[in-house]
Design a binder for this molecule. Structure first.
Ligand SMILES: O=P(O)(O)OC[C@H]1O[C@H](O[C@H]2O[C@H](CO)[C@@H](O)[C@H](O)[C@H]2O)[C@H](O)[C@@H](O)[C@@H]1O
Length: 435
């Protein structure tokens, strides 16, 4: 069991800071280099760069009803102090959380899910306050970025490796609770996190092992589980619909199905109902027809690839491409679809590149926004989560890591750059997170 130094989990990420960075930087991958690339991958690269320069004001979960003004540091400090005084403690401060109540018949399953985390005996603290006057809105919370201004801060950007937790005690040390009477929340990605990849999406159904694990979580009154996936609502409902205490989030947040509280009939709601903007969706009803034709032609040029159609997106899957120069094919496909969008004035279509897929989507919502909004709503209604864990493997999951305040546990599954606090290597032939 490794103990992570306090500072490593405190203000190591610069989520959300510096929106202007993103808008002004030029993308290396953009065909002309003349305009910012709209792909998630490129935005992510820009965000990594931005993170190295700034850190954001946290606290959207346990005390997210606040709005932090950018007007003066002292205002922000007062605001934060009022809602989350523990986060103003120095790094020598006593733990913010008290030990949690993790006993129960299905504890071992919970430990399995959480066991990817290294031990962490230290409280989430915030060592400095915003110094930058810039502000922006995300998830309904006004955030003020903070500058990374010392080599010590840069060290805190390091993602920590995960090790196994093998007992309730270890788990409680790693994930202590602010209040044992309040529930903890899990935000779990599916493909590549709960389930290892398969060559085709339809093959990656949940294993029996995973279903048992999730069933045990479903019975835990102290845990609010969310599956937050790029999969569509039909897939999530088919495989996880009976987990009545789970919130299911489909298509990266486009569709949300709250827990059913004993009623087996699940309802799906559009993100718009949660404050998102779906109204423009209707304006370009034909965007899919336009892009489908182009994507079909890309499939024809790349035998072995395929298209998956979801309500808010079209996905080109190329995992099965065996040719050597896949990267070039993907860049070509990206450029082709982007140019088509520009030509047809489909300015709200986002072309993103994930794990062996390229997705054209017509939605503004992202996983991070949804996670944060759901946590904020809980807090607003007087039921804040005592602790939040978010785990994922792909570019879309980085939006969760970016949006997470420092006291959330964020876990990147597998390799690659990340804004997460911890990394869990993929265990071969097992469910990545449940290994
Ligand atoms: O957010 P996630 O739950 O990680 O979903 C992301 C995408 O996952 C699926 O595609 C990925 O998994 C497939 C099955 O292993 C694999 O064949 C494919 O190469 C992966 O990209 C899913 O099909 C997409 O709709 C999701 O957006």
């Amino acid at each position: 069991m490794q103990a992570a130094p306090v500072a490593h989990r405190t203000a190591r990420r610069g989520r959300s800071g510096g929106r202007s960075d993103t808008s002004t930087e030029r993308c290396r991958k953009s065909p002309s280099g003349a305009r910012p690339c709209s792909s998630d991958g490129c935005r992510l690269e820009q965000r990594f760069e931005s993170v190295r320069r700034s850190r954001s004001m946290p606290c959207a979960g346990c005390c997210s009803s606040q709005r932090i003004s950018n007007s003066k540091d002292s205002d922000a400090k007062d605001s934060l102090s009022a809602c989350c005084p523990a986060q103003l403690q120095s790094s020598e401060a006593t733990p913010m959380h008290s030990p949690g109540n993790c006993s129960g018949t299905s504890t071992s399953s919970t430990i399995t899910v959480l066991s990817q985390a290294t031990t962490l005996n230290s409280p989430p603290v915030m060592s400095s306050l915003p110094t930058d006057a810039e502000e922006f809105f995300e998830g309904g919370v006004e955030l003020s970025p903070m500058k990374v201004d010392s080599s010590e801060d840069l060290l805190r950007l390091t993602t920590q490796p995960l090790s196994m937790l093998d007992s309730d005690e270890a788990l409680q040390q790693f994930w202590p609770l602010v209040d044992r009477d309040l529930p903890k929340a899990l935000f779990l990605d599916y493909d590549g996190t709960l389930r290892e990849f398969e060559t085709r999406p339809e093959l990656a159904v949940p294993t029996d092992e995973l279903l048992s694990l999730l069933a045990a979580l479903n019975d835990r009154p102290d845990i609010r589980s969310h599956i937050i996936s790029g999969r569509d609502s039909s897939f999530l409902e088919t495989h996880f619909g009976s987990l009545n205490s789970f919130t299911l989030i489909a298509e990266h947040g486009y569709h949300i199905s709250p827990p059913t509280d004993g009623n087996c009939q699940r309802k799906w709601e559009l993100w718009e109902h949660f404050g998102g903007d779906a109204k423009n969706f209707a304006v370009h009803r034909n965007w899919k027809a336009t892009l489908r034709e182009a994507m079909s032609s890309i499939v024809a040029d790349n035998p072995g690839s395929s298209i998956e159609e979801k309500q808010s997106s079209l996905v080109w899957h190329y995992r099965e491409l065996v040719e050597k120069d896949t990267e070039a094919s993907v860049q070509q496909a990206w450029a082709r679809l982007s140019q088509l969008c520009a030509r047809e004035h489909l300015k709200d279509v986002n072309i993103s590149i994930g794990n062996k897929y390229l997705e054209a989507s017509y939605r503004t919502v992202r996983k991070g926004l949804v996670m944060r909004r759901l946590c904020e709503e809980k807090a607003l209604f007087g039921e804040p989560f005592a602790a939040v864990l978010a785990a994922g493997d792909d570019v879309s999951d980085e939006t969760m890591f970016e949006a997470a305040p420092p006291d959330y546990l964020t876990i990147k599954v597998g390799d690659g750059q990340t804004l997460a606090s911890f990394r869990r290597p993929i265990a071969p032939a097992t469910s990545p997170l449940a290994a």
